[in-house]
Design a protein. Structure first.
Ligand code: AHG
Ligand code: MN
Ligand code: MN
Length: 322
């Protein structure tokens, strides 16, 4: 079976980039081991401090962030990092050519209940003319990403990755090596499965309300078919399900905090997941434009996220144009 390193070598991926991916996957194996220990690892519970997003951090948010930070900054190919859990970006090594943004642990509310969580990453190139790595250096649209992926900590540990030539999936073997299980993953174009936190319905804008109402009408409604619903509350697990069997995932704008464009973050969640979904033939939109076309203005910027099976994402876009 093809290992991750063999596959990247066969695809003639830049060795510097391979080393960045290795740093991430080595750290994720470490995180996976801690998660497997559960309460025995002493990692459950709250860290009793807030991150820059105004969210109370879990112990494992802090530990995963520290581990990734430490390993990536020790890698000579890394020019800088930005994390959902860090207020400021951190410059890396002078000879580094790559910038890494990451959500060290996605789905934090699921840690203590032993439900699937994951690590999401995005890799950008250091601009040629860059003399000093600052937050502005990272403000590149998603369509500039060189690579992106996630490691899912579920019943098995799975890596999904793209370097812009389709999406491949790997399973972590008992020997600690990621082996390829799928190449050129494809998201089915149509679907009858959706994921949205419906408890926020009253805060959505009118087009989103109209779409979900029509969808819930099933065979009798304008969409003409019954939809099934899933909500795991870990975007990483929802995206994995969609890459596996199709579907749509929505975290739209809502008016709970009008100053925020959505709940999810463009640089750590929206862009990497959109890159994977588009590379697998799906679509990702903020309801007005493809997420990867959004020009970032702030490293911690939020974005409405609609992604998954192409036909359904396009339908939601039409509801917003009407
Ligand atoms: P994070 O744990 O990195 O803060 O992200 C959680 C996100 C995402 O994974 C998930 O889809 C969503 O928040 C869950 O939101 P609800 O609390 O509305 O279920
Ligand atoms: Mn997240
Ligand atoms: Mn997180």
């Amino acid at each position: 079976m093809l290992s991750l390193d063999q596959a990247l070598e066969q695809a003639q991926v830049d060795p510097q980039l391979v080393s960045v991916v290795d740093s991430i996957t080595i750290t994720c194996k470490n995180i996976a081991e801690r998660l497997r220990g559960g309460a025995l690892s002493g990692l459950y519970g709250s860290a009793e401090q807030e991150n820059i997003q105004g969210e109370v951090q879990k112990n494992l948010d802090v530990i995963s962030n520290d581990l990734l930070k430490q390993v990536l900054l020790a890698n000579r190919s890394v020019a800088g990092i930005a994390s959902e859990e860090e207020e400021d970006v951190i410059a890396g090594n002078e000879e580094g050519q790559y910038l890494v943004t990451f959500d060290p642990l996605d789905g934090s509310s699921n840690i203590d209940v032993n439900v699937t969580v994951g690590t999401i990453f995005s890799i950008l190139a250091l601009p040629k003319d860059c003399t000093e790595v600052t937050a502005d250096t990272f403000l590149q649209a998603g369509n500039k990403q060189i690579a992106a992926g996630y490691v899912l900590y579920g019943p098995s540990v799975i890596l999904a990755i793209t370097t812009g030539k389709g999406v491949a999936m790997y399973n972590l073997g008992a020997d600690g090596v990621f082996y390829q299980t799928q190449d050129q993953v494809q998201v089915p174009t149509t679907t009858a499965e959706f994921a949205i936190n419906i408890s926020n319905q009253r805060f959505w804008q009118a087009p989103m309300q109209a779409y979900v109402n029509d969808l819930l009408l099933g065979e009798e409604g304008p969409l003409g078919k019954r939809f099934n619903m899933r909500w795991i509350a870990s975007m990483v697990a929802e995206v994995h399900r969609i890459l596996t069997r199709g579907g749509i995932f929505m975290y739209p704008y809502d008016s709970r905090d009008p100053s925020k464009a959505g709940k999810l973050r463009l640089m750590y969640e929206g862009n990497p997941m959109s890159f994977l979904i588009e590379q697998a033939g799906g679509a990702a939109s903020n309801t007005l434009q493809p997420i990867m076309d959004v020009e970032p203005h702030h490293i911690h910027q939020r974005v409405p996220v609609i992604l998954g099976s192409k036909e359904e994402v396009e339908r939601i876009n039409r509801y917003h144009k009407a």
